[in-house]
Design a protein around this ligand. Structure first.
Ligand SMILES: C[S@@+](CC[C@H](N)C(=O)[O-])C[C@H]1O[C@@H](n2cnc3c(N)ncnc32)[C@H](O)[C@@H]1O
Length: 537
């Protein structure tokens, strides 16, 4: 049993915080805490749910279209996959600070009483400045504490989270943190309460302990900092994950967890190759991951190449040699390390280029341009012959390609890529049918099929797209209970959609609808899987 300090609730609490055996210094001494299960859990269960995290802060791009209180992202998706958002929801600007927007008077009032009344006027003075989300989150913490709106036990628990000050000092980034902290103090008018070192430590704490604020379909909206959530450690093979619905946060199990077992979530993209995961965790969170997956090193499917490095085509070997000789960054990126042989170094250089291109696509706002760049990246993966379809960043390129194709209205191509992902990628990367990413991506595919079902142009001869859409919604309806929980807004919206579709089939086909659907689904499923082969890469 883990040695524990006081945690919220009684012995019957679903979780408790205690010293973690994985957070150790160079001498093996335990230096950090983690979250542990207070009882046994099965897969697909809620460990705990909270009404709202201590603070959350929106990405700058989300400020104009997202409620700063309930985090409803009002921008509807082109295919209606965010059904859980009430149609017609709009946000209005706070007349005082001109920074935040709210979807209702009730939300504005709630945010006002939670602390906005103490920052609104101050924020107005800087309404022309773009303040990073971590600065806004730190400002909110300081202001609310100064005005007695964060109770001692919560504040104390927050202080227990590591600041990683010494690590920032070592990597030379502490100067930048002190500078941001200076602005944070000044804009929040809290210099009379907290000294500059305290603010710098708090800012550093926000940087290393916050999670991504997300929609139920995992669209990123900003950051969340909460002392309880901040205590959950990382594993690349996690047994839990976080689901958010508006301000509500649930910690859910991905696998069964036994009483007193540590609860882990994943901080990064777990499907990345070993060296990339290690590099990201050590540069952003300052630790060497020794999770069960990392202990297996680079021997897992995420690190599998489609061919042996030595079998790479001659022309690609030449491309790689040019990169190495010219000293390209991508050829020296430790996150792309493959091995010491010259062929492995060549493969690493090409992999470095693929990830570099992927990072570049993330900074392109125009969808048409993004599509071009993404397709370049996908061609590199495909034509080099090195990548399996599920090896990163090939799979991530496709996810982004689908999103951008939907934005520009290229729905049929998007569906073919969705079919490819459904057939070849999701079962490999997320073997559990209730895995939240698999569920959300299948939902996106279902809603796209449903959208196309209402179009006059047939997708292809013999393809009955309404039946395919129905099959996918049925699948999501089953899996969403595990991924999001039966009573979640997401699962409820999926169930409502399924019932609506079934009613339509009944009105069209009469009483035999269920039987006709049951017979129609297997051949349509086959045709849908074949669509996965329509796209060359
Ligand atoms: C969000 S905090 C988690 C709570 C933290 N253990 C504490 O006691 O404050 C993130 C930090 O925890 C530590 N950590 C998280 N997961 C870890 C892991 N798998 N191995 C080693 N350290 C880890 C790292 O120091 C990381 O920067």
């Amino acid at each position: 049993m883990a040695e524990g300090h006081k945690s919220p609730g009684s012995k019957a609490s679903p979780f408790y915080l205690a010293r973690s055996k994985i957070c150790v210094d160079a001498t093996g001494k335990c230096i950090g805490d983690g979250m542990f299960a207070g009882c046994n859990f099965g897969a697909g269960e809620n460990i705990a749910a909270m009404h709202r995290p201590l603070v959350a802060s929106l990405d700058t791009e989300r400020l104009p279209d997202t409620c700063a209180n309930c985090y409803t992202w009002t921008e509807g998706s082109s295919i209606g996959s965010r059904l859980y958002v009430k149609e017609g929801t709009k946000v209005s600007q706070c007349a005082g600070c001109k920074r935040f927007r709210y979807c209702s008077k009730a939300c504005q009032k709630e945010a006002w009483n939670r602390g906005h009344k103490h920052e609104c006027k101050n924020l107005r003075h800087v309404s022309d400045k773009e303040l990073p989300k971590a600065v806004l989150a730190t400002m909110e913490l300081l202001i609310r504490r100064k005005h007695g709106l964060i109770p001692d036990p919560v504040w104390d628990m927050l202080q227990r989270l590591d600041t990683h000050q010494h690590d920032f000092l070592k990597n030379g980034k502490y100067g930048g943190i002190e500078l941001m902290a200076l602005g944070t103090s000044q804009f929040s008018f809290t210099q009379d309460t907290f000294d500059k070192d305290f603010v710098a430590a708090m800012y550093a704490r926000v940087l290393t302990n916050s999670l991504t604020l997300i929609t139920p379909t995992f669209d990123p909206l900003g950051i969340v900092l909460d002392p309880t959530l901040g205590h959950i450690n990382h594993s690349c093979d996690p047994n839990a994950y976080i689901v958010m619905e508006g301000p509500e946060v649930a910690i859910r199990t991905l696998k069964p967890i036994r009483k007193d077992e540590e609860i882990y979530i994943c901080y990064i993209e777990p499907t990345n190759p070993y060296a990339r995961r290690q590099s990201e965790l050590s540069s952003r969170w300052f630790f060497t991951c020794k999770c069960t997956k990392c202990q297996k090193g680079a021997g897992l499917p995420e690190d599998k190449w489609a061919i042996k490095p030595k079998d790479m085509e001659k022309r690609w070997k030449e491309v790689a040699d040019n990169m190495i000789e010219s000293g390209a960054d991508s050829a020296r990126d430790p996150a792309s390390f493959v091995g010491e042989s010259s062929d492995e170094k060549r493969v690493a250089a090409i992999q470095g280029r693929a990830f570099q291109e992927y990072d570049e696509t993330q900074r392109i706002a125009d969808p048409e341009q993004a599509i071009k760049k993404i397709e370049d990246g996908m061609r590199l993966c495909y034509q080099s012959g090195l990548w399996t379809m599920y090896r990163q960043p090939y799979a991530a390129f496709r996810d982004d390609l689908i999103v951008n194709m939907l934005t520009v209205g290229n729905f049929q191509i998007a569906l073919a890529h969705c079919a490819k992902r459904y057939k070849y990628i999701l079962p490999k990367l997320y073997p559990q049918t209730g895995h939240p990413i698999r569920v959300v991506q299948t939902w996106q595919t279902a809603m796209l099929a449903l959208y196309l079902a209402n179009e006059e142009k047939p997708v292809a001869p013999g393809v009955d797209i309404p039946v395919i859409a129905y099959m996918l919604v049925m699948e999501v309806n089953h899996a969403a209970r595990l991924s999001h929980g039966e009573n979640s807004a997401f699962a409820r919206s999926v169930k409502a959609k399924l019932e609506e579709m079934r009613a339509q089939f009944i009105s069209l086909l009469g009483e035999k609808a269920d039987e006709l659907l049951a017979n129609g689904i297997p051949p349509q499923r086959k045709l849908f899987l074949e669509m996965g082969n329509w796209m060359q890469y």
